[in-house]
Write a protein that binds this ligand. Structure first.
Ligand code: PMV
Length: 320
């Protein structure tokens, strides 16, 4: 069922809980057709599709207890890998401000958020996707305690809806396998509000597909995704790019069905390079790839030519 925004406003909470603890883990994902450019409250300018990864995860625990004696709208602290983290606190405050209308219990409790990753954060391997998805799942676990009759399907849809408001690509990290986010005319149930599992036929060759992350640069990137998305607003090639992404998602469906790896590689690599071409032609222009990123790409092409094996690359908004 396709839901609308009003379906995510909560009804009255029948249950009352004074304190508790919930935990959730969410993986990162890597887009095959990329989302780059957004409008309104985190709606994508084009539909995207990703593979959810198995091993790059964020694990989050949320302790909560009824708020007492504080004027603060949101009372919470964030501990990343055991240490209080003010940068994440800022991001999470913005996230809470955006989602409080859908999860009003955020104002009722004091929270302690403990979170850790199995991989580096803020370096362009979608740690915000797994981070926001894990936090959204924790919040939905609290809401499920307050509204015990909630269906599993709605639990996941609303987790994805909330995660999107934290970081767009995070809405795809709620499900495993291939996940679509953004309305696409040929993908039933696809929505700009949340991610959905790709339900069309997929060739078995993609069931065990393997992603390896080559860490070219583990440092924090110079231009954040939010800035990059914003630069698409008056980008000279924006409309052509959105159309290209839509067409790539159209043709990828046949490729996913047939298992044609040559065509798969062509689309996926072209998407990665198109994403970075948008960065290089933005005003102001910027580069996130590094010399070693290019060396690796050339080695992959050389290897493919020599062996005929279907090794390919993709890139997120980063050098890795
Ligand atoms: O979700 P954000 O705002 O971090 O943007 C992510 C954009 C890309 O990773 C480059 C592409 C994508 O679809 O994941």
């Amino acid at each position: 069922m396709v839901l609308t925004e009003k379906d995510f406003f909560p009804k009255n909470y029948p249950a009352e809980i004074s304190s508790g603890k919930v935990s959730a883990s969410a993986p990162s994902n890597i887009a095959l057709v990329k989302y780059w450019g957004k409008y309104g409250e985190q709606f994508p300018k084009n539909a995207s599709i990703s593979f959810t990864l198995n091993n790059c995860k964020t694990e989050t625990t949320l302790h909560f207890e009824e708020k007492i004696l504080t004027e603060k709208e949101f009372d919470f602290s964030v501990f990343f890998e055991g240490k209080e983290n003010l940068a994440f606190e800022l991001k999470i405050r913005q996230f809470f401000e955006r989602i409080v209308q859908y999860v009003p219990f955020l104002k009722e409790y004091s929270f302690r958020i403990e979170t850790e990753n199995t991989f580096p954060h803020s370096s362009g391997i979608a740690s915000s996707a797994s981070g926001m998805a894990a936090l959204a799942l924790c919040l939905m676990k609290i809401e499920k305690q307050l509204l015990p009759e909630m269906s599993e399907e709605f639990f996941l849809q609303k987790a994805s809806f909330l995660a999107r408001l934290g970081s767009g690509s995070a809405c795809r990290s709620i499900y495993d396998g291939l996940v679509v986010w953004g309305k696409h005319p040929e993908i039933p149930n696809s929505s700009n509000l949340y991610g959905t599992k790709y339900s069309k036929e997929v060739h078995e060759i993609f069931h065990q597909f393997c992603d390896v992350i080559l860490l070219v640069d583990g440092g924090q990137k110079k231009v954040s995704s939010s800035v990059g998305h914003a630069l698409m607003n008056d980008h000279p090639f924006a409309e052509a790019r959105f159309l290209q992404a839509e067409n790539n998602l159209t043709s990828l469906q046949e490729i996913l069905k047939s298992g044609d790896l040559t065509k798969f590689i062509e689309r996926v690599e072209s998407e990665a390079l198109s994403l970075h071409a948008m960065m290089m032609t933005a005003k102001p222009y910027f580069l996130l790839i590094k010399p070693n990123t290019l060396k690796i790409i050339e080695k992959i092409w050389e290897f493919r030519e020599q062996t005929g094996l279907h090794l390919c690359f993709t890139l997120d908004a980063g050098a890795n």
